[in-house]
Design a binder for this molecule. Structure first.
Ligand code: SF4
Length: 901
């Protein structure tokens, strides 16, 4: 069987790395970085490098369309025709009864541009509602709003090459080392080549990014506006402005200057909780640098004042003329692979195609003409944005929701309300590649979608670069490309709503849809009417704008100082600093910060299929400062209950000096696919930014108390299909006060739970479903008086599974030893019965793996350090940091700053 290799683009983050996919016999067998792609030049991070492993098994994929008659009945497999007809009939019925705004679509920054275009056309051009919003609302809508308000258009001015040309890089609210690793590699290489480049990192936590900064400003959560205002106050005072640029190319500076009188560096530093001299130093470095750029992400955006934070940062650039030149500019890092493409086609509730405005009658006319529909069909009323949409569903104003390629039952704030809303809806259609997400359980109709590597289209990355995504293999089972599904539903809906009229969805290939979309961009700020699949084929990925007649796109915008506003001038804004939506109180004294880990992605539907990606952080946790922990007599591993005004969550404590006292950090990834709870968003609040409607996912006020769950359970099992077994167990988790599943190796599933002895009934059910019942190959030890249950499954002299349930810490240590023996997968020496009382040192079952590619643990690194090994020695001997490089920041931290790591 011959192998084939095709070019495509990574499906995870907004860096948009080019990849080469090798496949054989309908299976993706490996993925490597495309050396020719200008985003990554062959580099990839730990997530991207494991893409092939995420596609290795079809288990867990949605393989057939299914429907259920009532919310409580089991889903039944149906034909595609039945599923598509029911989708169209259900939507049409609700539209006829309640009007177009009773229907909503909630789509995703993971969709390809062509698919996004068709969904947008279906909602706005066919149904006649603007109720189509996307998970990009949760990601970067504040950055978009600020770009539009300050610069006139939703467009980052710079490009990735600027990372190498900047003399000062200000990273704010962005842990690039984790969230945009390949761009961070480019920054690291640039700093190695020009060590005088200054890095300033603004983040309450000492992340791996912050640990590498020349200056880390560990501000209090949410005080960014005060910081940027204080810095600009210093620049004005010191005369470090570009007066000529301000006069020629901007407006409203005087109003801002007036506002900044109050924001003295001392006052701003006090608000931020940092040293005044550090704030002044940051301003000096930024203001005096020949070229300064800023990079920012969710830390600014996911806030009830996210637009203000972005605007205050953009002010710094405009006041110093640090924009429109190589190495400069405010650069918003896109979270998702195609958040930008979605906005290009207008796939949000607050915009029309090609960055046009819903409220502008002229814009509506252009779009209506292009789609050949009467303009009256395009609603002039803005649609419901993400939080509003689920509120309306909860209140019964929206009756039907079609959720595509996203998992709002995990990712939205205030999850209890979101779950109630989905439960209350008349019709929930879920279109997804994965069968068992937190959202699919609410589906009345489940439409199985193709996933990455199985469909064609384009995506736009953070630097406005459009790249091709190509199918390497066919989708499994009956799954179909999202573009095919939306077209099939649209054509059915057309015949129900507008019988006898020609279809609006005649374009049947991704290339034809792309051409239709490109024409709509003509004359707009983002104009890429000159782009086509043919040009992408011959010239490679291109940045926009790229108008007709050109063959290559534009790397930087506003190079002539002419901005996309009506008068060509950029606008200063003068927002007031405001506190986070929820302040800490005596009752809720901790700032909860949520965020990402290095090797996981969103709700783990994809990355949770790969055991290696669990080795950096195997379990969910709440990180807290040792001083806070000791005040509450908490130790590493103790279970605590986190409580906000909206919900509760039980997690193990992980001590970390990287989290400042008064704050705790919880990763966003774990939900009910892997734990007993929907995750951190049961705690977060639905308050949104007034301009961007982006919710404050980053911060909530919480309290924290120790929970006593004396009965600890460990189950480890060697299984033929990790994903299938994990999904099978998923339902059982919710019966425990705490439970977490992880993949301990390529074929070992590990479950840890905690509860009371009264949970022994749940344990019996679990053991039954896992075939861990007494028999010739399952050795049993039981002490009912003390509440101890131990079972070990054998194949010959090898351990293949174990259950350890006990209230005694000595037993928990034993469990670790037996799990370690299971993972070693070698013959047990001595009598089998001795397994119940193993002796020797307690190994660390799940060592913290710094390097995921080479599986190098922190312990191994520290061992070499005791022998005097230097960083290059360690890299050479252990191989860590030599493949994808995602671990380099942590590795440097351990080796070069051992006292802090
Ligand atoms: Fe994919 Fe990593 Fe590149 Fe992001 S940085 S696009 S996750 S390989």
């Amino acid at each position: 069987m011959s192998q084939t290799e095709i070019r495509s683009t990574c499906c995870y983050c907004g860096v948009g790395c080019g990849v080469l996919i090798q496949s054989e016999a309908g299976r993706i067998i490996s993925v490597r970085g495309d050396p020719e792609h200008p985003a990554n030049y062959g580099r990839m991070c730990s997530k991207g490098l494991n893409l092939a492993a995420t596609t290795a098994s079809d288990s867990g994929r949605a393989l057939v369309p299914s429907m259920r008659l009532t919310r409580d009945s089991a889903p039944q497999t149906v034909s595609w025709d039945e599923a598509l007809d029911s989708t169209a009939d259900g939507l049409a019925r609700i539209i006829r009864l309640h009007g177009p705004d009773a229907v909503a679509l909630y789509v995703s920054g993971q969709l390809l541009t062509e698919e996004y275009y068709q969904f947008n056309k279906l909602a706005k051009g066919l149904i006649g509602t603007n109720n189509i919003d996307t998970n990009s609302r949760l990601c970067m809508s504040s950055a978009v709003t600020a770009y539009k308000q300050a610069l006139g258009a939703d467009a980052p001015p710079g490009c990735y090459e600027d990372l190498e040309l900047a003399d000062c890089v200000l990273m704010a609210g962005s842990n690039m080392a984790y969230a945009h690793p390949v761009l961070f590699r480019r920054l690291e290489a640039a700093k190695a080549a020009r060590p005088d480049t200054r890095w300033i990192v603004v983040d309450p936590r000492r992340t791996d990014t912050a640990a590498m900064a020349d200056l880390h400003l560990a501000i209090q959560p949410g005080t960014d506006v005060a910081l940027f205002h204080g810095m600009l106050h210093h620049l004005i005072w010191e005369g470090l402005l570009d007066r000529a640029f301000i006069d020629a190319h901007t407006e409203r500076f005087d109003a801002l200057k007036e506002k900044l009188r109050d924001y003295t560096p001392r006052m701003a530093a006090d608000l931020c909780g940092i040293a005044e001299q550090d704030l002044r130093l940051a301003a000096e470095w930024f203001g005096r640098a020949p070229a300064a750029m800023s990079l920012y992400c969710m830390g600014l955006n996911q806030s009830s004042h996210g637009t203000d934070k972005n605007l205050a940062l953009i002010n710094l650039h405009l006041a110093t003329g640090q924009i429109g030149r190589p190495g400069t500019g405010p650069f918003s890092l896109t979270g998702q692979p195609n958040a930008m493409g979605g906005r290009e086609v207008g796939g949000m509730a607050t915009m029309l195609a090609a960055h046009r405005e819903i409220h502008d009658a002229g814009h509506r006319q252009v779009v209506a003409d292009h789609w050949q529909i009467p303009v009256e069909r395009l609603s002039a009323r803005p649609g419901l944005t993400a939080v509003e949409l689920f509120n309306a569903l909860h209140e019964g104003k929206v009756k039907a929701v079609w959720i595509v390629c996203t998992n709002p039952a995990h990712s939205m704030p205030d999850l209890t309300m979101v779950h109630e809303a989905l439960q209350a809806a008349e019709l929930v259609i879920v279109q997804d590649a994965f069968a068992a997400t937190e959202t699919t359980v609410f589906a009345d109709i489940l439409l199985p979608a193709a996933s990455w590597g199985e469909k064609d289209g384009t995506v736009s990355n953070s630097e406005r670069r459009i790249s091709r995504v190509r199918a390497a293999v066919p989708p499994p089972g009956q799954a179909r490309a999202d573009g095919w599904i939306v077209r099939e539903v649209a054509q059915r809906l057309e015949t129900l709503l507008y019988p006898g009229q020609p279809t609006l969805f005649g374009a049947s290939t991704a290339a034809a849809v792309f051409d239709e979309h490109c024409q709509l961009t003509a004359g707009r700020s983002l104009d890429y009417s000159g782009l086509s699949y043919a040009l992408l084929e011959t010239e490679g990925p291109q940045q926009w704008p790229l108008p007709k007649g050109q063959r290559t796109g534009q790397a930087r915008r506003y190079t002539d100082g002419h901005f996309a506003t009506a008068n060509g001038r950029a606008r200063f804004h003068a927002p007031e600093y405001q506190t986070t939506a929820e302040s800490t109180t005596a009752h809720y004294p901790f700032h909860l910060i949520s965020g990402r880990l290095r090797d996981q992605w969103h709700g783990m539907s994809r990355s949770g299929r790969v055991a290696q990606l669990f080795s950096h952080h195997p379990e969910p946790m709440v990180q807290m400062h040792p001083e806070d922990a000791s005040r509450r007599t908490l130790n590493e591993g103790d279970l605590v209950r986190l409580t906000s005004k909206r919900g509760k969550l039980v997690l193990p404590v992980q001590l970390s000096v990287d989290v400042p006292p008064g704050c705790v950090f919880v990763p966003m990834h774990w939900g009910s696919q892997f734990t007993n709870s929907p995750g951190v968003n049961v705690l977060t609040l639905p308050t949104v930014d007034a301009a961007s409607r982006q919710p404050e996912l980053k911060h909530a006020a919480i309290r924290l108390e120790k929970v006593t769950l004396p009965w600890r359970v460990v189950i480890a099992l060697r299984v033929p299909d990790l994903t299938a077994s994990r999904i099978m167990l998923g339902n059982a988790l919710k019966h425990w006060p705490y439970a977490a599943l992880s993949l301990a190796s390529t074929d070992v599933l590990l479950l840890k739970a905690a509860g009371e002895r009264s949970h022994s009934g749940c344990l019996s059910e679990l053991m039954q479903s896992l075939n861990l019942m007494p028999g010739p190959d399952v050795l049993v030890y039981q002490d009912d008086r003390r509440g101890v249950i131990k079972r070990v499954a054998w194949q010959g002299s090898r351990i293949t599974g174990l259950v350890w349930a006990s209230p005694l810490p000595t037993d928990w240590n034993q469990a670790s030893q037996v799990v370690a023996r299971l993972l070693e997968d070698r013959d047990w020496e001595g009598p089998r019965l001795a397994v119940f009382a193993p002796t020797g040192q307690v190994p660390s079952v799940r060592e913290h793996m710094v390097c995921q590619c080479q599986q190098v643990s922190e312990r191994a690194i520290r061992q070499l350090m005791t022998q005097g090994a230097t960083l290059p020695d360690i890299q050479q001997r252990l191989g860590c940091g030599t493949v994808c490089g995602s671990c380099l920041p942590e590795l440097k931290r351990i080796v070069l700053q051992p006292q802090l790591a």
